[in-house]
Design a protein around this ligand. Structure first.
Ligand SMILES: [Zn+2]
Length: 126
């Protein structure tokens, strides 16, 4: 049976996370800690939104040095690195149109859409 309460919970998790991106207060570390604690209970659709939105915010400069950019990068990298292959693939697919390098080493070049070891992009020119 369709569980709308579970779906509402996942939407509220994404909404709370979006509120925290770019904020400069205690709520940022509380958000990261809460999401990490409950990560195993989140569905892949929610995890994809959380990671994609975090990376978008970093790429777009909405998260900067005064709003915990290093902490968000570390948080996103940990959860990206431990994601299953379907989730990693979904995140990469959602990021390709941005035509920007990944804000952390993920083993994939978003500019030429190849594994990093095959990348011939000159990232110094970006
Ligand atoms: Zn490349």
């Amino acid at each position: 049976m369709f569980n709308s309460d579970k779906q509402d919970t996942m939407i509220m998790v994404n909404a709370a996370h979006r509120y925290c991106l770019g904020r400069r207060s205690y709520i940022v570390s509380t958000c990261m800690r809460w999401l990490t604690k409950h990560w195993a209970n989140l569905d892949n659709r929610t995890k994809l939104c959380l990671l994609r939105d975090t990376i978008y915010a970093i790429m777009d400069g909405e998260v900067d040095g005064t709003s915990y950019v290093d902490e968000w990068k570390s948080w996103a990298k940990v959860h990206f690195d431990t994601a299953d292959i379907d989730l990693k693939h979904g995140i990469i697919q959602d990021l390709l149109w941005k035509k920007q390098p990944m804000p952390f080493d993920c083993g994939w070049c978003l500019l030429c859409n190849t594994p990093s070891y095959n990348c011939t992009c000159n990232h110094e020119d970006l």
